[in-house]
Write a protein that binds this ligand. Sequence first.
Ligand code: HEC
Length: 131
Amino acid sequence: MKLRVLLSLFISALVIVSVNAQETTDQDLLDRIKPVGKVHVAGAAPAAAAGPRTGKQIYDGACVACHTSGVLGAPKLQVAADWKPRLDEKGFEQVWKNAVNGINAMPAMGTCGDCTEEDIKVAVEYMIEGI
Ligand code: HEC
């Protein structure tokens, strides 16, 4: 009889210990897989920039990949020959809207995930500066 009591005490203790061990393991696992640090791409605009970003910051962060070299016929940065026919034909508002909604190979919002429509406007204004 005494042995059975001891045995059940022992088993209860074992259960408690193993439940605790499981919790520790889960927490350890979460600690192990959490990101070590946030990656910052050189030249990209900081994600949590204070205040509104400039057109250049937005351009450098999201648009530069296609609009510098003219990938897939993208109008190049501040190149009048690329922009003037578009602006003359559609007007600024429509050109801006097309950047927001996407047009042909131009992705909606220019792939800028955290941009507002106003950010896109400022970026387009930067892209056509001096034209
Ligand atoms: C994946 C490549 C790519 C990226 C990234 C990209 N663009 Fe474009 N963009 C294009 C291409 C290609 C066109 C030409 C589309 C056409 O008229 O056929 C274009 C056209 C445009 C136009 C002209 C639209 C019109 O109606 O003529 C504007 C404005 C524009 N992009 C703004 C932006 C802005 C602002 C960003 C960044 C926030 C951006 N783009 C990012 C590829 C890109």
